[in-house]
Design a protein around this ligand. Structure first.
Ligand code: UT7
Length: 322
């Protein structure tokens, strides 16, 4: 027993910041950002909290699946950071929704949705749950150094959610982690403990872009190959690859390695940038609502991110086309 996805939802903040907007205070250009990354604009949570975004996405997913918060047996949030270290984002969402189930967060950076799906599959396998709400929500723009043009142009904010119910639609899943804080890290704040002699540095994202780039291309293509093999399907059987949105060039290089046609790789990076854990499920929800997913389609989900983590799975889409 694994699960089937019965509903999805997403939320993007109202404020849209274009590449041209960034040139007001950064030495950058639309030409550099769009040709190096495929990003043209990103949504910024100017008013919304991470909880607001997570709750909006969760409500949309519950409505899509015809479920109520009272029916949810578990809330699993993948995020780098909610409003608080504690309570967890999961507990904040549970409070706002009026749900009564256990709730917690996990952090696998941009691979968070895949890690959460795998965790949820374990609860279904043990018969512990009938309805799980998986939510990915990130305010990446609050974790950036906005004087660092090599990172702040890449990220955006948003949230997405999925309602999972008993089923057999997770055909295979694979996760990996290779601990590494040189390629990508976001330190915690230093605090003001008078006894601490430890300086973590600034609490904003630092990244070796080229190292992450090389890791990403191979992780994404190998991830899809591995889960396809484990599911006993060929790459031709995959209706659509739904990948983490970090860089259009990464997607293109991974696509070439897989030898798949461009129309089989889904993307929304031009309008959203990289929203970390939220990026893959935001795209999944958009594809579902655009009627681009047919019942029975085999989807390959693939992601990589800080950690360094990776995740990939083959998911059979079970919802009727919208
Ligand atoms: O979810 C996981 C998160 N991370 C990623 O997926 C990131 C993976 N890496 C990448 O996507 C790419 O490495 C980047 C988009 C981050 C950078 O692209 P690149 O082609 O590797 O550029 P680069 O770092 O080699 O920089 C090339 C030049 C440098 O100038 P010089 O030294 O050649 O004069 C940079 O200073 O581009 C400059 N540059 C910029 N110029 C204009 C860096 N950022 C910018 C910018 N605007 N925003």
């Amino acid at each position: 027993m694994s699960f089937t996805i019965t509903g999805t939802g997403s939320y993007l903040p109202g404020k849209v910041v274009t590449n041209d907007d960034l040139t007001a205070f950064l030495d950058t250009s639309d030409e550099w950002i769009s040709t190096r990354t495929g990003i043209r604009a990103r949504h910024v949570a100017a008013q919304e909290t991470v909880t607001d975004m997570a709750v909006a996405a969760a409500r949309a997913a519950l409505e899509d699946s015809g479920s109520t918060p009272e029916q949810v047996d578990l809330i699993l949030c993948a995020t780098l950071a909610g409003e608080y270290i504690t309570p967890s984002l999961g507990c904040m969402v549970q409070k706002e929704l009026g749900a009564h189930c256990p709730a917690y967060d996990l952090n696998a950076a941009c691979s968070g949705f895949l890690y959460a799906l795998d965790a949820a599959a374990g609860y279904f396998a043990r018969g512990r749950v009938k309805k799980v709400l998986v939510i990915c929500a990130e305010a990446m723009t609050r974790l950036m150094d906005w004087t660092d043009r090599s990172t702040c142009v890449l990220f955006g904010d948003g949230a997405a959610a999925a309602v999972l119910e008993p089923g057999e639609d997770l055909l295979s899943i694979h996760l990996s982690a290779a601990g590494n804080n040189d390629a990508l890290c976001i330190p915690h704040v230093n605090g003001n403990c008078p006894y601490s002699g430890y300086d973590r540095g600034p609490a904003s994202l630092m990244m070796n872009g080229q190292e992450v780039y090389k890791f990403a291309v191979s992780a994404m293509s190998k991830g899809v190959e591995k889960v396809a093999e484990e599911a006993g399907i060929s790459l031709e059987d995959i209706a659509l690859v739904v990948p983490h949105q970090a860089n259009m060039r990464i997607l293109e290089a991974a696509r070439k390695k897989l030898g798949m046609p461009a129309e089989k790789i889904a993307s929304n990076i031009d309008q959203c940038g990289n929203t970390s854990a939220a990026s893959l499920p935001i795209l999944l929800d958009q594809l579902s609502r655009q009627g681009r997913l047919k019942k029975g389609d085999l989807l390959a989900l693939t992601a990589f991110g800080g950690g360094l983590t990776t995740g990939a799975c083959i998911l059979r889409w079970a919802k009727e086309k919208k």
